[in-house]
Design a binder for this molecule. Structure first.
Ligand code: ATP
Length: 481
């Protein structure tokens, strides 16, 4: 049974800070809302997730190559993509509290209350009325719907609302030194457009034939209003996107293929299949003819981690129109020129990071042989993603043990991330490594000097055994691949 657990979520946030995974941005200045920094182990974990995704796309598919396009792009790109006109949410402000709400969230929240009070029919009617008004962009109608139902701000508890306004989620800035409107550019709200505008460059230079894909990982920026829930919804975040270019008419089969392929990637990393589900979009974005979310059972409930979208030829056709440059492909198998259709897979790296912590964070308590209680917090991160793969721990700081440990470190650090520590008791050092998710620790003791063996300790089972020094590297390499 999958249940939400807000306490666990809070514990993960504290743990992430205390153990150097994620810090609030600009903390000494009281932070910046919905912006976060990754610490030593967080940046390592993030890099490992990124690498797994990148390799699974580019190395494991002959027909997918990567790019790294700039964050700044020509402003017309965002006109062509529809983001200038459509990438906005209708918002309303309460004049007394100054608090801003997305109108759909405000009305849905009220409908939820009606449900709880035993008025499901009223709630249903309210939502369907809202859907109709939103579909017609009737913002005056939305405002009067809020007023007729006397929907109040949670902070001021008044119904004193401004008009409903569209609030674009893109950040803008000025290019060059003169603040004229013509110089206004945007921070990209998705990485996908950098792929679309380079479609022909890549196709020609990498000699790609349809079907083929272009992958990219990079920062994206959205001025999210409901900025909350830790790194789940950020204003600056990282996306891992792949656009797969196909022959028009084949989109259904490729959409099904990528749905399955992406789910396999998640479960292949070692995350449990019963924590995943697909959620089909009912209301499609302006560019899509089909869309599905891959959702994960986070401690805060089922939430989207990745989207798979059948984007038709919307983007390329639109860039062709706005730029006046042909965005067509000559398919010599059927002797035809066409604008390819596209299936997109788009996953948030930060959300995948949060998913990893949500899965890994475990509090354990047990009774020891002497009858006393013991406990630990352990991050059961899949070994291939773990920030540190091997901790090398000399039992004492003297008697030649650190020297042997340093030799092991020298032998292994080229192959995977090793961490050397000689401070504190061995028990404390094991607990610290559990808290960082380190799958293997080796301890060097006096016996090591006699027989060249060490004790290896396994994170999840806490089992220990002696193995020869000469086998450490291969064992860890094999189990963290
Ligand atoms: P949501 O409905 O949660 O706002 P979305 O449907 O707008 O997300 P997409 O535009 O499909 O998201 O972006 C693809 C992926 O990028 C999402 O599945 C998510 O993992 C990630 N993502 C989107 N917005 C954010 C954000 N503000 N912070 C962190 N990750 C994000």
């Amino acid at each position: 049974m999958i249940t939400t657990d807000p306490n666990k979520f809070q514990a993960i946030i504290s743990h992430a800070k205390e153990y150097g995974f994620v810090f609030p941005s600009s903390e000494i200045y009281d932070g910046l809302s919905a912006v976060y920094d990754y610490g030593p182990w967080g940046s390592e974990l993030k890099k490992n997730i990124r690498e797994q995704w990148w390799n699974s796309m580019t190395r494991m598919h002959d027909n997918i190559v990567g790019i790294d396009s700039a964050i700044f792009m020509h402003p017309t790109i965002w006109k062509a993509s529809g983001h200038v006109d459509n990438f906005s949410d209708p918002m309303i402000d309460n004049k007394d509290s100054q608090k801003r709400y997305r109108v759909d969230h405000l009305i849905e929240g009220y409908a939820e209350e009606l449900n709880k009070k035993g008025h499901p029919l009223e709630a249903e009617n309210l939502i369907s009325e809202m859907d109709k008004l939103l579909a017609a962009s009737d913002f005056a109608g939305i405002k009067s719907l809020i007023e007729t139902h006397n929907i109040k701000c949670a902070v001021s508890e008044t119904c004193n609302w401004t008009d409903v306004r569209q609030f674009n989620l893109m950040f803008s800035t000025q290019l060059g030194s003169v603040a004229e409107e013509a110089n206004e550019i945007y921070l990209r709200p998705e990485t996908a457009q950098g792929i679309f505008v380079n479609f022909l460059n890549v196709q020609k230079t990498a000699r790609m034939k349809i079907p083929f894909g272009i992958a990219q990982v990079g920062k994206a920026f959205r001025n999210e209003i409901v900025a909350r829930q830790f790194i789940f919804r950020m204003r600056e975040f990282e996306q891992m996107e792949m656009q797969f270019f196909i022959r028009p008419g084949t989109q259904k089969e490729w959409y099904a293929y990528w749905k399955e392929e992406r789910m396999k990637w998640h479960t292949g990393l070692g995350f449990p299949a019963d924590h995943y589900r697909f959620h089909d979009h009912v209301k499609l974005a302006h560019y899509a003819d089909a869309a599905v979310d891959i959702e994960y059972a986070f401690p805060i409930g089922w939430k989207e981690v990745e989207g798979i979208h059948s984007r038709t030829d919307f983007d390329l056709a639109s860039h062709q129109k706005f730029s006046g440059k042909k965005m067509q492909y000559f398919d010599n198998e059927i002797n035809q020129n066409y604008i390819p259709y596209v299936i997109e897979t788009s996953i948030g790296l930060d959300r995948m990071f949060l998913l990893t912590l949500s899965h890994a964070y475990t509090e354990e308590t047990w009774t020891k042989e002497d009858g006393k209680e013991d406990s630990r917090v352990v991050l059961k991160i899949p070994p291939k993603l773990a920030p540190i793969k091997l901790a090398i721990l000399p039992l004492l700081k003297k008697e030649g043990l650190p020297e042997i440990a340093r030799e092991i470190m020298k032998d292994c650090r080229d192959d995977f991330y090793c961490f050397y520590e000689e401070k504190d008791t061995i028990g404390k050092r094991y607990r610290r490594m559990d808290a960082l998710g380190t799958p293997f620790c080796v301890t060097i003791d006096h016996q090591t000097k006699d027989d060249q063996t060490v004790t290896i300790r396994y994170r999840d089972s806490m089992a220990q055994e002696r193995i020869p020094i000469s086998s450490i590297r291969d064992l860890v390499r094999q189990k963290t691949r």
